[in-house]
Write a protein that binds this ligand. Structure first.
Ligand code: AMP
Length: 160
């Protein structure tokens, strides 16, 4: 069993950050239904919805209901459950996009390019029609969201 060093617990900035972060994030507002989203699936401790600016069709975000900025700040339960959420989302996207292959990315903190300070896994289906290059260097998609397309895909994915 992996042990966390006591010094890590005492002074690591992640722990300080956890105490300071009290305002609901954009993703907490989405989870609470205050801001609309194109749901894909949900579990007791996680929620999944389509990215508003998909890098590829089906680009989904899986987020813990527990609000934390970095993976290391989550409770063990949320962290473990989150991977079940990832796999459940993959299962649904596999049916729709007829693929077993995905890019999974986490920008774990602002220095890693994280824009929304709430842990989220990007799940992007990879199909034969695209290249098989890793997506690490891809620039953001800045076009206007296609809300109709997102709503229709959301409906399908929820039915799987
Ligand atoms: P990151 O840069 O890893 O923090 O990714 C944040 C992601 O959240 C980006 O891919 C955005 O397109 C996505 N995003 C921002 N606002 C929304 C929203 N209201 N609904 C769905 N996705 C969003």
């Amino acid at each position: 069993m992996h042990q966390t060093y006591p010094i890590f617990r005492r002074i690591h900035p992640h722990n300080l950050n956890r105490r300071l972060m009290t305002e609901p994030t954009l993703f907490t507002k989405i989870i609470q239904g205050e801001i609309p989203s194109s749901k894909v699936a949900e579990g007791d401790t996680w929620y999944a919805f389509l990215d508003i600016n998909p890098q590829r069709p089906g680009h989904t975000l899986v987020v813990p209901r527990e609000q934390a900025q970095r993976v290391a700040e989550l409770s063990s339960k949320s962290r473990r459950d989150l991977m079940d959420g990832v796999v459940e989302v993959q299962r649904r996207l596999s049916i729709e996009f007829e693929t077993t292959d995905f890019s999974i990315n986490v920008n774990d903190g602002p220095l890693a390019g994280q824009e929304v300070p709430h842990v989220h896994f990007h799940i992007i289906p990879r199909t034969k029609s695209g290249t098989s290059r890793p997506l690490w260097n891809m620039s953001k998609n800045s076009s206007d969201p296609d809300f109709e397309a997102l709503a229709s895909l959301s409906k399908k994915l929820q039915s799987y």
